[in-house]
Design a binder for this molecule. Structure first.
Ligand code: PGA
Length: 251
């Protein structure tokens, strides 16, 4: 932690209809209001269809809302895409870029991710830039090199500790119930921290989240690690009790 404030971010992925999404966000906003001072920031990233109603229901609350992806352009002929300025217009303050599901399903390369992150910063959003190795890369002993290369390729020149968050998500841990050992998470986060020194000003203040099968039962030990500054949570972010329990593990 070292003076950095935790960020607990929920990535709802392609889940939720209007009623359950709005109810989940309202529930979390209520819990935050009732909790008073907490040692974490909380962010939810609903599917694009739910951003407007979720942003409306949490208005005035410290619960932040973000997108799961954005285009690089401000506007134009890009059917199906969403500009980061459009996310900001709805009240978003952040956007996830380079999630492994985007890298896989939409062939997003590091340079695409970098351009999206730069666009997010242009729109005044915090860019949550995701990196992480596949199982074959870890088994081949290449995890740290792969992540270092993704960081170099995906972080835009104007990234700072204030506008950029890194999420380390081993691809093989996402949605599988498997996680690296705490020693492996600690080693990777320390490696990321040192690699950021050449890439981002004030890198010691950059928040580095862990993501991949975070749940209430493993959150306490993961959040206690020195260079872990929060979590990017998929499945467990869809249940208010579980997501709140993960946040409550930040001490
Ligand atoms: P998970 O997903 O928590 O369901 O493993 C994490 C993510 O993909 O951000």
């Amino acid at each position: 932690m070292a003076g950095r404030r935790y960020l607990i971010a929920g990535n709802w992925k392609m889940n939720g209809h209007r009623s359950d999404g709005v109810a989940l966000a309202a529930d979390l906003a209520q819990r935050l209001a009732a909790a008073g001072t907490v040692p974490f920031d909380m962010l939810v990233c609903p599917p694009a269809t739910l951003i407007a109603p979720v942003a409306d229901v949490v208005k005035g609350s410290p619960l932040a809302v973000g997108g799961q992806d954005c285009h690089t352009a401000v506007k134009g002929a890009h059917t199906g895409d969403i500009a980061p300025e459009m996310l900001a217009d709805l009240g978003c303050t952040a956007v996830i870029v380079g999630h492994s599901e985007r890298r896989q399903d939409h062939d997003e390369t590091d340079s695409v991710v970098k351009a999206k992150a730069a666009a997010a910063l242009r729109a005044g959003l915090t860019a949550v830039i995701c990196v992480g190795e596949t199982e074959a890369e870890r088994d081949g002993g290449r995890a740290e090199d792969v992540v270092a290369e993704q960081l170099t390729g995906s972080i835009p020149a104007d990234a700072t500790a204030e506008n950029t968050v890194i999420a380390y998500e081993p691809v093989w841990a996402i949605g599988t119930g498997r996680t690296p050992t705490t020693a492996d998470i600690a080693a990777m986060h320390a490696k990321i921290r040192s690699h950021l020194r050449g890439l981002v000003a004030n890198s010691d203040a950059v928040r580095i989240l862990y993501g991949g099968s975070v749940k209430p039962s493993n959150a306490v030990e993961i959040m206690a690690l020195a260079d872990v500054d929060g979590a990017l949570v998929g499945g467990a972010s869809l249940k208010a009790d579980d997501f709140w329990a993960i946040a409550a593990s930040c001490r």
